[in-house]
Each structure stands twice: as C-alpha cells, then as structure tokens.
Design a binder for this molecule. Structure first.
Ligand code: GLN
Length: 503
C-alpha cells in the first residue's frame, strides 16, 4: 500500500507544497486504493474520471509559482447530498439517478477554488435519512473495521472512505448526527458546525433548520483545515452567518500543543440515561474524562432535563420540513419520470414518487404531512418547536457553567448490517446524543476515544460548545486526540483490519 494514502491531509499538503510529492501521485494513489478496496467497502457512488486532470492542473500551477491554498492538491471525497456540475448528484435516491446539477454547492466551489481534488461522490442514506447507510437506493456501505457492520449514517460513505484510506478528507452533512455518528463507528473525526457557519447552498435539503455541512477526517487538524476552506458567509444562503471566523487550523494546532485543558470546565449531563449505552462505550467515555481531568480539566455535572426529548421533537420537526423540501421532486422539474399511459399529470407524479422514493423517505413524508395538517399542527409541530426551545435553554444554562459539554457520540458501536433496518425506532435512537445539538444550532465534534473492550470496535466522544465557538471544539478535540494517540502509541485507525493491523 502506498504511504501516500496513510498520510493525513496536513502531512500530504506539506509534502505537496515542497514539491516532494505531486498531486497527480497523491491522487493516483487514492484512485488505486479505491480500485482495490471499494468493491468491498462501497463508499463511493461515483468516482471522478477527471481527478487526475484536476491534479495535473494544480501541479502545473504550483510549478509556475502560483500561490495556492493550504490544501491545494489534496484529494477530497464529497457526500452525494452536495450538488456538483461534473459528477451526478443523487442524494442516495433513485429519484435523482444520473442528475447533473447546473451549479456546484458553495462548499464544493470553495474546495475547488482552494485546489482540492474531488475524487468522487460518497454513498449515503436516501436524502440523508438514516443512521446506517442501509437506506441508500444503491446498496449499503460497509464499515472498514468489519465489513458485516454498518458505517453509520447518513454519511457512512464519507466516513468509510476516510477510514479505509480511500480519501484523506471528505465532506459530510449533519442534520441529526450524520457526520458525528459515522465518525463514532468508524474511528474517524467529524464536526457539525454552528448552524449558519457553513453554507447550505447546493446541499440537497433534508430539514433546512437543522442541516449543516461539515468536515470528515482522520485527525482533528484535518477537519479544521477543511472547515477553514468551506466556512464563512455565503450570500446564496439566507441563514448564513456574517461572522468573521477565526482560523480553525490555528485552534487545532494550539490544542495539540497542550495546556488548553488546564482549568477547562467540561460538563457531563446528569440526565443522560445509563441504560441503552453499551458498556464499552461508557467505559471509553469515562476513560477520556479521566484523561482530561488528569490534565487539569474540571468535570462538572450539569442538568439538561430536556435533552432526552430531543429525538421525539426531532422526529416531528424533521419530517415536517422534509415533506415540504421533498415536494419539489415531482417528476416534472427533477429526475425520474415514470409514464402512466392515459394517466393525468397527477398520476405521473404519484407513480414517479412511488417508484423513486424508498420506504424510509415515504415514512417520513407521511409523518411530516400528517404533523403539518390542519388541526394537528399545534399539537405536533408546535409542541415540538416548544421542546426545541427548552433544549436550547438547557444548553444556555449549561454553558453559563461550563466551557464544553461531553457525551458519548452514540450509544453503541457499529451494529450489524440488517440488524435495525426493520425497526425504525431503534434506528432513530442511535442519535440521542447528537440530535439535541442540531436542535440547538450549536457545534459538535466527534473524535475517536478508543475501542470497546467487548467487540474491539471504535468508539467516539462528542464535545459540544456554545454557538459560534467551533474553534473551541478544535482546540479541545486536538488536545484530547494528542493525549490518546500518545497513549495508543499511534492513531487508532492503524489498528483497523483493512490495513492488515491486529484487532
Ligand atoms: N440519523 C438521523 C436521521 O435519520 C440523522 C440524519 C442526518 O443527520 N442527516 O434523520
């Protein structure tokens, strides 16, 4: 296996900048890796056929002395929820099979402008609904740690691509956990930015008040570097914040140097139920807290009494917004059209949506339409919005006492493919600790915290910060990461079986 695929994006970028390695070499190494392992992993729905041309162009510009971005020449995987002009964008759905967008998502345009090299589009649950990538209309992605297990979802493709060394970094989207939960089960890093911190323009909408695009990587610094590229105000997104953001990479580097943990107040939620959490997940969480404490952090018990109602509120708000967002897939303007001989335009729409959408999407459209219907609106959608406000207040109160909140990123390690597919409620409960973060609009990061003793599978720890304090998460995340990698004697992913390492 080429050394080039094992490097972090930051290391690769450093070698690209000195000319020691070319982008063509780096890109070819990743394409070779995809060819070698993606038949098993199925992280990609589409592999770019002009990545090498893009890489060659970057090499040419560098040779000509052009000033290029920090990540110029580094390959990037892109979740299929993000529209691209040069590759199909399906959002994991049959209804968009082969769809070519007339424009790039802002985050994709920014990545291209920064010289990143798009490798391809990654697999996902249909319209980002799911926690296992099994709801993809194109077949599931497999977890590189154990191919019989789920890679998380909805962004299982991006997480698996990064975990299997098919790409050094990737773009994901997170509406209720789709960046952080896949990171948890694949031993990777992922961050959901503050709502409004990263443009949603060109991200195929699931639930507009919850969706955020964010980075996926193997190190905290790599996520920060990618976040620096994609973040910041975008006039095309009316909810985009106009803040001037600090350098997230600088924050991650500061964290890795140490010292930031001394006096840091880390909140743990009293009401987080003990039950439902796998022992290895809880044990890893406790061990990380002990490590933080040993470095001078203070662990403070906080109360967030409405946290546990997050999932219930989310499964009213999300379907409500999704049913409205998905109304545009009407067989006239986008994608699949199934002719109904002699039928009306409504017959064609109904037939196309029936054949184009999968079961989970239909379930949520029906749920959302019901929740929004006259007579039920206040009882369901209205109540859920009130719960959302209570959760936001819980966070406000908590952040008056602590700098960050820590939780396990998800209740269990990667479950087996097929295990929860017929039990939507079990699938939904995967996101108990990630969903409240989206409801409150605050940032959250998941970093690997170890392997569960009982099954040897990766576990993540989540840190949550107040809105606009994404840099704090990079600082704290990088600090803990440095301690853990030191303790492990190297990155966790070096022990993943696809690499031939012991597990
Ligand atoms: N698993 C959650 C859901 O099914 C989150 C999805 C997401 O973040 N896109 O809705």
């Amino acid at each position: 296996m080429s050394e080039l695929i094992r490097m972090s994006a930051a290391d690769l970028a450093a070698r690209l900048s000195t000319g020691e390695v070319s982008s063509v070499e780096a890109t070819q190494a990743h394409l070779d890796r995809i060819a070698a392992v993606d038949g098993d992993v199925h992280a990609f729905l589409h592999v770019s056929d002009h990545a090498l041309d893009v890489a060659a162009d970057i090499d040419r510009r560098r040779a000509a002395g052009e000033q290029l971005g920090d990540l110029a020449g580094v390959p990037l995987a892109i979740k299929d929820v993000l529209v691209t002009t040069d590759m199909p964008s399906t959002s994991g759905s049959k209804i968009l099979e082969g769809f070519l967008s007339p424009y790039d998502a802002t985050v994709v345009a920014r990545a291209r402008a920064a010289g990143l090299v798009p490798l391809g589009k990654t697999n996902m649950d249909e319209f980002a609904m799911g926690s296992s990538t099994e709801h993809s209309a194109y077949g599931p992605t497999h977890n590189p740690w154990d191919l019989d297990r789920i890679p998380g979802g909805s962004g299982g493709g991006s997480a698996a691509a990064v975990a299997a060394f098919e790409a050094p970094i990737a773009l994901g989207s997170d509406t209720g956990g789709s960046i952080r939960q896949p990171a948890h089960v694949t031993g990777t890093v992922g961050l959901k930015p503050t709502y409004g911190g990263v443009s949603r323009f060109g991200a195929i909408a699931l639930a507009s008040s919850l969706d955020q695009v964010g980075p996926v990587s193997r190190t905290v610094l790599d996520s920060a570097l990618l976040h620096d590229v994609i973040g910041g105000h975008d006039p095309h997104d009316s909810t985009s914040l106009t803040d001037a953001w600090p350098s997230f990479a600088a924050a991650a580097r500061e964290g890795a140097r140490g010292d930031v943990l001394k006096g840091l107040k880390v909140g743990v939620i009293r009401e987080l139920p003990d039950s439902g959490f796998q022992e290895g997940v809880s044990a890893s969480f406790r061990a990380s807290l002990a490590l933080l404490e040993a470095q001078g952090a203070e662990i403070v018990e906080i109360s967030a009494p409405h946290f546990e109602y997050g999932v219930a509120a989310y499964y009213l708000i999300l379907p409500a917004e999704a049913s409205s967002n998905l109304a545009k897939f009407d067989s006239v303007r986008f994608g699949l059209r199934v002719d109904v001989p002699g039928g009306t335009v409504e017959d064609v729409m109904a037939r196309s949506r029936d054949l184009g959408f999968g079961d989970e999407v239909k379930r949520r459209i029906i749920l959302g339409t019901y929740a929004l219907s006259a007579g039920y609106y206040d009882a369901y959608y209205g109540s859920a919005q009130k719960v959302r406000t209570l959760i936001q207040r819980d966070f406000d109160d908590a952040f008056a006492q602590v700098d960050v909140i820590a939780t396990p990123s998800a209740p269990t390690t990667a479950f087996r493919l097929g295990e929860k597919i017929d039990d939507p409620l079990q699938m939904y409960l995967n996101d108990v600790t990630t969903i409240p973060v989206n409801l409150a609009g605050v940032p959250g990061i998941s970093i690997p915290s170890g392997l569960a003793a009982e099954d040897g599978l990766p576990v993540g720890i989540q840190f949550i910060a107040p809105a606009r304090e994404d840099a704090r998460l990079y600082r704290v995340g990088a600090a803990l990461e440095a301690l853990l990698v030191d303790e492990w004697g190297g990155p966790l992913l070096d022990r993943a079986p696809l690499l031939g390492g012991a597990r």
